[in-house]
Design a protein around this ligand. Structure first.
Ligand code: NAD
Ligand code: ZN
Length: 675
């Protein structure tokens, strides 16, 4: 490879890794598997080692991958919060152990722990109480998520025993598999996109601004690192036992979840044991972390730019199985989206028997040339729903032919369509396609919409199939059909009364919920709230133009178009008038926000960092009361930024790029008083 070629490849890898870090940490939506990511990273590391002239301190090999977010205050880490080196092979692990013992100048003792697949947090305790919780962020600065962390039951708010007065302790917050399944099920019922895996779900949950929602989701934690000065023991292992006595949740040595190991053999023993047993755990792990136990040796070994030299992660490979593809079936969702599903010859994979797997969409099937009758590879990499990742072409049978994707809806026979820029096919027959009709009613009654209790999916389906309801508005005339209801299976007097009562009660749900319940494409819960609070009545919303809608915070072109389309349809207007007749809320009742002046009218202002004379919420309210729009991120539309201490580095960079005016707290108030 010439120098020039090497440089080209290095640049390409850096750009790819930056992109994947962004998808993974900020969007919580990885596009490639961890193993693929780690292979790209290894390639870049070895190229940078071979061509030191192209070193760059901003390279992804040198930096912790996260970032800080909008909407949270940030604070510096007292000790940097780093990543871990990783390996997928015994051979590399052996090299690591040898190298470490050579550097440490003697034999080391190691501690093996599971690598919990969640997100790291750093907790600061003062006088026995939780003082502050931070995310890892970019390693030097993290987001302050204390309020969210306080809702996690396994994190003690008050310590007991002989704890130090001021210390930092770190661990992993994760989403137990059961809680994850439940949450995803709810999300699918509500027409929301499910989380890819428990890790994305845990990190997405910690970033929520609504603490009550965080509490509801059932996060859990394990502690794996204590930073006390002076140390409370000579070794990591003893420190963990001490932390347990103060009330922290640490892994259980008696269940072999943590173990001291004196050599590679003992380490491999632990790894082999958990590679199998991990599938029985109620949470996900993606490997084993091996740490030098003695603190004085840890100190000797120190850190690289990105990770401690005294620890390494051994990662389990994503598990795959090979089996035959028997047929391809299709599911129709509430929005009419068609998802192809692989029906497989049952195969044992990662602790469960797999019979069905995701095939994503038509393009994916064509790209991999997946044919019915093929032997396919199925992978379960973090995700709960396994996916088909490839075909064993050497085992292809004769007489197979490329798969022909369906052209018509399997439920109602309507010709499918594809919207530009979307990967999925849709059945456009919203009115007559049963899964779409039932799905819409289910969405209407769901907890975050009209919240009608006593009416599960099965009942909705039964009511629809028996012809008692044809859409959600019919729910409100069920009270006239009590006799028919009583004739249904599992519908005794009491359950019918309860059902009718909760339908009645739903009439007092506020407009924002009714709007969400309508199920307008792209109008999720948050957008519905924003619209209900700004537009304030259905009549004004029906009359609103696309331009008017785009001016609302959180509403972009796509959402605005979808809303205009929805109200352009006569049948939707008719549906709304039936709901209105039934007595549902179509106006926002609470008071409009106070307006004090229009000093800042037309200005979009972003606030970032920590302020001294005013807190963030007060500052935000003040700006809004004087007519400004407070933006959540720096964009071309931003007029100015008010920067407190520790303004997020990504915002700063973006502001400089776009040439946006940045004012300090003091400068802003001088300006404000002068206008
Ligand atoms: N798929 C993608 O697009 C993509 C993108 C970026 C990163 N990634 C994945 O993330 C990795 C980088 O993430 P990272 O920097 O958080 O590293 P990491 O997740 O591989 O390891 C470090 C983390 O492990 C966690 N951990 C869990 N149990 C632990 C224990 N017992 N002791 C100590 N730490 C423990 C901590 O949160 C720590 O921050 C990559 O190697 C890659 O696998 C994937
Ligand atoms: Zn259909």
């Amino acid at each position: 490879m010439t120098d020039l070629e090497a440089l080209e490849r290095i640049k390409e890898l850096r750009a790819q890794l930056h992109h994947h870090n962004y998808c993974y940490y900020i969007l919580d939506k990885p596009e490639i598997s961890d193993q693929e990511f780690d292979m790209l990273m290894k390639e870049l590391e070895s190229l940078e080692a071979a061509y030191p002239q192209f070193a760059d301190e901003n390279s992804p090999t040198r930096r912790v991958g996260g970032g800080v977010l909008d909407g949270f205050e940030t604070a510096p880490h007292k000790y940097p919060m780093l990543s871990l080196g990783n390996t997928y092979s015994e051979e590399e692990l052996r090299e690591y152990i040898n190298r470490t013992e050579r550097l440490a100048g003697g034999q080391c003792q190691f501690v093996c722990e599971l690598k919990y697949d969640g997100t790291a947090i750093s907790l600061h305790y003062k006088n026995g109480q939780l003082h502050q919780a931070l995310t890892r962020g970019d390693g030097l600065t993290g987001d302050v998520i204390t309020a969210n962390v306080r809702t996690i039951k396994s994190i003690p708010l008050q310590l007991k025993g002989d704890y130090p007065q001021d210390f930092i302790i770190r661990g992993e917050v994760f989403m137990p598999v059961e809680a994850f399944r439940k949450l995803n099920k709810e999300r699918i019922e509500q027409g929301l996109e499910p989380f890819a895996n428990p890790r994305n779900c845990a990190s997405g949950t910690l970033k929520l601004l609504d603490t009550r929602e965080v509490a509801r989701r059932g996060l859990d934690s394990f502690i794996y690192f204590l930073l006390a000065e002076p140390p409370v023991a000579d070794t990591h292992y003893e420190s963990m036992l001490k932390a347990r006595s103060w009330g922290f949740k640490i892994p259980d040595p008696s269940r072999r979840m943590v173990q001291v190991a004196n050599n590679l053999e003992e380490i491999m023993d632990f790894i082999r044991y958990w590679d199998v047993e991990r599938h029985q755990l109620p949470f996900e792990t993606d490997g084993v972390v091996i740490k030098v136990n003695q603190y004085h040796l840890q100190q000797e070994l120190g850190f690289t730019a990105k990770s401690p030299r005294w620890a390494i992660a051994y990662k389990f490979k994503a598990e795959q199985a090979r089996t035959r593809l028997l047929s391809i079936s299709y599911q129709v969702g509430r929005t009419g989206a068609i998802t192809p599903v692989a029906e497989l010859e049952p195969v044992f994979l990662a602790g469960t028997t797999v019979k069905r797997a995701s095939l994503h969409n038509a393009d994916q099937i064509a790209r991999l040339d997946i044919r019915v009758g093929d032997m396919v590879y199925v992978e379960k990499g973090g995700e709960i729903i396994p996916k088909v990742i490839g075909v064993d072409l050497t085992a292809r049978l004769e007489n197979t032919h490329p798969h022909r994707y369906i052209t018509h809806c399997p439920e109602c026979g309507t010709a499918l369509i594809r919207y530009p820029g979307e990967a999925l096919h849709y059945c456009p027959n919203q009115e007559g396609c049963p899964p779409q009709i039932i799905g819409r009613i289910e969405h209407f009654i769901s907890r975050k919409a009209m919240d009608i209790e006593g009416l599960g999916s099965e009942t909705v389906e039964m009511l629809y199939k028996k012809g008692l309801i044809a859409d959600a508005a019919d729910l409100y005339s069920l009270k006239n059909k009590k006799e028919d209801l009583l004739k249904l299976e599992r519908m005794a007097e009491k359950s019918v009364t309860n059902l009718l009562e909760s339908i009645e009660r739903s009439k007092s749900q506020p407009f924002e919920r009714v709007l969400f319940a309508l199920g307008i494409r792209y109008v999720g819960e948050t957008v519905a709230k924003k619209i209900a609070r700004t537009v304030r009545s259905i009549d004004k919303l029906i009359a609103a133009t696309k331009e008017h809608l785009i001016a609302i915070d959180e509403v972009g072109e796509k959402i605005a178009e979808s809303i205009v389309d929805y109200f352009a349809k006569e049948k939707n207007i008719h549906f709304i008038s039936r709901l209105r007749e039934a007595g549902l809320q179509f106006e926002t009742r609470e008071e409009a926000p106070v307006t004090l002046s229009d000093k800042l009218a037309g200005k979009t202002i972003v606030i970032s960092g920590v302020f001294h004379t005013i807190n963030r919420d007060e500052l935000k309210a003040l700006l809004e009361q004087h007519g400004a729009k407070v933006g959540s991120g720096v964009t071309g539309k931003t007029d100015m930024i008010i920067a407190g201490d520790n303004m997020g580095p990504s915002k700063l960079q973006k502001a400089n790029q776009l040439g946006i005016k940045i004012m300090s707290e003091k400068e802003f108030f001088e300006y404000f008083n002068s206008i």
